[in-house]
Design a protein around this ligand. Structure first.
Ligand code: ZN
Length: 251
């Protein structure tokens, strides 16, 4: 190989390396570790999130075991990600450094919690504050009419303003009424039918960071459905979008 050929292949190698690095800073980490209830829909969740990331050209890593959680959520490793997703996690997860995780979110990270992400870390009040609510209970799966609150939001803009869905419907406590911007809610209690306001998806700020939570995602069929995948795609777009992130919020 001549001298210039060597130089050119080195430049190509550096270019490849630089691309790799820039990709790394906007990668997604999907966590599916459980220490409480384990949903049968977790494989379907991993498939859906993997396909959505791939179709958006976004690198995705999966933390499925305690060991993977330990290495991928270490402070220095977290910096590679633009977004962490808790997909049907449960219980007290063995994070390597809880404070480093919340500091990463506060400093401009993004967090997407899906379904039992709110049935996670009941013993960690600051996680509940960050998420904007805590799972309280659910009844049998049921059909509900769900209303969209913010039709201009990427996570719900594609949905019919009032749609019907069959799912396991969570009820919450410690909702952050001041900080949460509701995206989806029910006007009737999912079991009793009593009138009220029952939020099922919201977004909020946490320091410089952004949070989005959706209570849907119990059933495999939900993860495979077009509406839910579009809901997640919009949520991910919103959370990774720097312009959205800097946009002043009207309260
Ligand atoms: Zn469930």
């Amino acid at each position: 190989m001549g001298r210039w050929a060597v130089v050119f292949s080195m430049i190509a190698l550096f270019a490849l390396f630089a691309q790799e690095l820039s990709g790394e800073t906007t990668g997604i980490l999907v966590v599916t570790v459980t220490k409480g209830f384990r949903h049968d829909s977790i494989p379907a969740a991993e498939t859906a999130l993997g396909e959505l990331a791939e179709s958006g050209g976004i690198r995705v890593d999966f933390a499925r075991t305690d060991a993977e959680l330990g290495s991928m959520m270490a402070a220095e490793h977290l910096r590679r990600y633009g977004l962490v997703i808790f997909a049907n996690t449960s219980g007290e997860l063995p994070l390597p450094d809880r404070d480093a995780f919340l500091a990463w979110v506060r400093d401009g990270g993004a967090f997407l919690g899906v379904h039992s992400a709110s049935d996670t870390f009941h013993g960690w009040p600051e996680y509940v504050r960050m998420l904007g609510g805590e799972f309280l209970t659910h009844g049998p799966m049921t059909t509900v009419r769900c209303d969209v609150d913010e039709p201009g939001h990427p996570a719900v803009g594609h949905l019919h303003p009032s749609f019907v869905v069959f799912e396991e419907i969570y009820e919450f406590r410690r909702l952050d009424h001041a900080g949460n911007h509701d995206l989806l809610h029910l006007d009737l209690h999912p079991q009793s039918g009593a009138p009220g306001r029952f939020p099922l998806a919201w977004w909020k700020r946490y320091g410089e960071g952004r949070i989005l939570y959706t209570a849907f995602g119990h059933r495999e069929e939900t993860w495979r459905s077009v509406w839910f995948r579009a809901h997640l795609t919009g949520a991910i777009r919103f959370l990774l979008d720097d312009e959205q992130r800097r946009r002043p919020v009207k309260r």
